[in-house]
Write a new protein. Sequence first.
Length: 390
Amino acid sequence: MGDGAARARTDRPEWWRTCRTFAREVMEPQARALDEAAEFPFAVHERAAAEGLLTAPFPREVGGAGLTSEEFTDGVGELAAACAPMTWTMVFSRGALHPVLDDGTPEQRERFVTGLLRRGGYAALALTEPDNGSNLLAARTRAVRTDSGWLLNGAKCMTGNGTVAEVFVVLADTVVNARRRGLSFFAVPRDTPGVTVGENLAKTAFRCLPTPPVTFRDVPLEPVSLIGEVGDGEHLLGRLLATIRLGGAACGTGLVTALLRNAVGWVGERRVYPDERMDTLSHVQLTLGRLHVELSAARALLRDAARLADRGLPFGRESAMAKYYATDLAVRASNEILQLYGWRGIAADYGVEKRWRDARALTIYEGSSEIQLLTVFRELRRAVVRGEGV
Ligand SMILES: Cc1cc2nc3c(=O)[nH]c(=O)nc-3n(C[C@H](O)[C@H](O)[C@H](O)COP(=O)(O)OP(=O)(O)OC[C@H]3O[C@@H](n4cnc5c(N)ncnc54)[C@H](O)[C@@H]3O)c2cc1C
């Protein structure tokens, strides 16, 4: 797996090698303690910043390394093998700022991205609301046009990196006048009056990722906060979700890679009834062999989606497929591998139970598995109606 892949892909960029080393030497040793303490990985981020890992995913124009989607997801997979939630805390500002990077003006990019990267700051994506999780188009957070810009009111929840973010990228129902409204994205600086970040949510998975609620009460926004035109939100949301789901899929493949690598070592050592090494048992061989096939399929789906994105072609369906398959596999693989470890599977020391818990979150965030399948079905139906290949 990992080592074989390294030999086979010597053309992989510096970013991938840096991720691999960083994951093994810095992240892996910290993962358990940070999970137990439910603590944001500040010290890990400091070292990641020194290696350029926090800025690398951004385009060159704003100070990043200009990675392709394929390179980016390759590296994310390596990081996520050590710890998926820590990876998320490190790379998600790139996801959150996607609308600004894609459709922002030069002034917005300078103000909300370049400046933020120079300061080593974070951005958070505020889509989910207490009453609207899967149905993001029903956002109730509302921005109303005023003489000087916009007035924002509403409540978001599960805002990843919310406790540390200095900019929130917010999806809101936008009202210009009685005839003109639509969904729009706004970049909202945290220090704007009326922005309140609540307490981090206690949860069983992704514990080092803070996900607090954020409320906006009569928040005055300058015109520069609106990204794109009023009503562009739905279109930007589609592209944003397609993009961040590549990262979610990479977290899934990374998590399964680590489980499988460790499991092969474990079953090679453990002896079980009547006195056999576990890796001589056919059900163990069949389980791990099948999971490796499935992991390869998950990687192939992800690579296809990332390559389409890199060629500027539509990739929403492929990214939904990749996210669905990789994260569903992460849940199944962690469950099956946990069983192979016996009691050690649920003990903190053996690196299985944390991944089993984290895998559960992967099928919920960035749109649940059901939403991925609905996206795939919509695209399938469209292709059939148009007489395109399926
Ligand atoms: C670790 C983590 C980090 C997150 N980070 C962020 C973040 O940074 N920013 C942010 O905005 N949000 C974030 N979220 C929230 C996440 O995006 C939502 O949880 C997700 O979109 C699902 O919404 P919901 O939980 O409200 O579920 P609901 O929408 O209430 O759905 C409940 C269940 O019903 C199913 N369901 C819903 N509609 C249908 C349907 N039509 N057909 C079949 N089944 C359906 C869903 O699949 C789900 O299983 C995060 C979540 C997690 C777990």
